[in-house]
Design a protein around this ligand. Structure first.
Ligand code: NAP
Length: 484
């Protein structure tokens, strides 16, 4: 592994200790096809051990004064930042994203941990006026218990921070399962957490067989909370499993984000924001734009501007300077994008730039796809309804506000929507009428530690970020007191 010791992160974390197994799984670099590490093939037995450790640690961790829990988290954030170069390199090697993006993700992860270090101190309760003079009504907030955290490969560092930090801040202990494509960055982040001296068992991590690990988490009564980020399909499966024990659930699932550009928008600004969002992480972003709705008056001008920006994006190995778009995560992802494009082309879409996988020279062993812009797209095409999760930007033309609103809302998903207009009344009408958990106006940046990130409908339930994110790991307890 370039500049990193091979197989440095090839263990699980159980009860504060590194655990190795004989059965291992390979981790590949999607830019080169090279094996960049191995992690243990854990399963039910390891998960049970990790849950046992988390359950035993819960009574101590949950009773620590919040200021002490905050101290560990603050220290964790400092250690992440102090090691950002190594962590960013590891992230790019196993995930493929450009090094600058990887660095931004690591810094974002530290910012999340720092936010929740502060928020740990603010799990306020309530004092409610009673109806009788000898009664008192208190509401206290208590940690839910052991939390099972399941993270995806597209933001494998940020997702660890976004789940583990609020859970630990609230007083929960955790058992984390990272995605098989990107497990090493999670193990490395946990190494820095262990280096803070956090009590043994407060944070555990098992890599391996997702169905076995998930099954063990979902069937164990000691696990009281599941927080999952990933596909809607797996999210629904976990929701069904969680029903048996009525576990608390946070689900951050797929999306189908519209970017709606009205004729009065600043087109240059809209194009910059759309391209930054659509091609970040090679289009593998849950709140990534799926369809660009351009008003008929400006559709051609906007498409032209987007095309010129996209043609300037350099595709390649994320370790190379100047690369803006890395590979897709794997061959399956590449084939999916190809199939969506073939369907659109067969139904009349026009490729304005890109349009195919890249296979020659430096691209030959990776899973690269040329950044693509399509116009003449219609709602009958599969990519208008399915999450593309790749570097393809389809443009659909619309004429009226009512029409575009109806089309944008006609999806089972409801994560993020983007609106570009300078009409303040339209800003309010659109923000209030779009059926999405998040609406960005004249920009596309949404993920910050202080705001509640999350979706509605089949995009999930629960929020990550802000004080709202802490509530996901807290229960209310109502204490009714009668005085002498
Ligand atoms: P995925 O296949 O659902 O995998 C996500 C995680 O779930 C991985 O750790 C995976 O483990 C695990 N998993 C798979 N099957 C499981 C099972 N039966 N029980 C327990 N865990 C199981 O999703 P993905 O393809 O990696 O991620 C892409 C999706 O995530 C997209 O739809 C994207 O929109 C969504 N996403 C949403 C957000 C958000 O905030 N809303 C953020 C990022 C991504 P293995 O990899 O080891 O199988």
């Amino acid at each position: 592994m370039a500049k990193l010791a091979a197989d440095r992160w090839n263990f699980l974390w159980i009860n504060g200790e590194k655990v190795t197994l004989t059965k291992m799984i390979e981790v590949q670099n999607p830019a080169t096809g090279e094996v960049v590490g191995h992690v243990p093939l854990g399963g039910e037995a390891e998960t049970r051990r990790a849950v046992e450790a988390a359950w035993r640690a819960f009574s101590k961790w949950s009773k620590l004064p919040p200021h002490e829990r905050a101290g560990y988290l603050q220290d964790w954030a400092d250690r992440i930042l102090a090691n950002r170069d190594e962590l960013a390199l590891l992230l790019t090697l196993e995930q493929g994203k450009p090094l600058a993006e990887a660095r931004g993700e690591i810094e974002g992860a530290a910012a999340f941990v720092r936010w929740y270090a502060e928020e740990a101190k603010r799990a306020y309760g309530e004092w409610i006026p009673a109806s009788h003079s000898d009664r008192r009504i208190l509401v206290i907030r208590q940690p839910v218990g052991v939390a099972g955290l399941i993270t995806p490969w597209n933001f494998p560092a940020a997702m660890v921070a976004r789940k583990a930090a609020p859970a630990l801040a609230a007083g929960c202990t955790v058992m984390l399962k990272p995605a098989k494509q990107t497990p090493q960055i999670a193990i490395a982040l946990f190494e820095h957490l262990m280096d803070t001296g956090i009590p043994a068992g407060a944070a555990n991590l098992v890599t391996g067989d997702s169905a076995a690990i998930g099954g063990a988490l979902l069937s164990d009564r000691r696990v009281r909370k599941i927080s999952f980020t990933g596909s809607t399909e797996v999210g629904k499966h976990l929701m069904r499993q969680a029903a048996d024990q009525v576990k608390r659930l946070s689900l951050e699932l797929g999306g189908n984000a519209p970017a709606i550009v009205f004729p009065d928008a600043d087109l240059d600004r809209a194009a910059d924001a759309i391209v930054a969002n659509k091609f970040e992480n090679c289009g593998q972003v849950c709140n990534g734009i799926n369809v660009i709705y351009a008003h008929g008056e400006i559709a051609e001008a906007l498409t032209e501007t987007i095309v010129s920006r996209v043609q300037a994006l350099r595709v390649g190995n994320g370790l190379e300077p100047g690369v803006a778009v890395g590979p897709l995560i794997d061959e399956t992802a590449l084939r999916r994008v190809e199939a969506l494009l073939a369907d659109a082309a067969a139904k009349g879409a026009r490729v304005r730039t890109g349009g195919a996988r890249l296979t020659d020279g430096p691209y030959r062993n990776g899973t690269f796809f040329a950044p693509t812009v399509l116009d003449r797209v219609t709602r009958g095409m599969a990519l208008a309804h399915e999450e593309i999760f790749g570097p393809v930007a389809p443009v659909i033309t619309f004429e009226t506000e009512a029409e575009v609103l109806a089309h944008a809302n006609d999806t089972p998903y409801g994560l993020a929507a983007y609106v570009f207009t300078r009409d303040i009344s339209r800003v309010f009408r659109m923000s209030e009428s779009l059926e999405f958990g998040m609406v960005a106006v004249n920009g596309t940046s949404l993920s910050v530690p202080q705001a509640p990130f999350g979706g509605i409908k089949e995009s999930g339930t629960g929020r990550e970020g802000g004080h709202h994110g802490l509530q996901e790991y807290l229960e209310y307890k109502y204490v009714a007191m009668t005085l002498d």
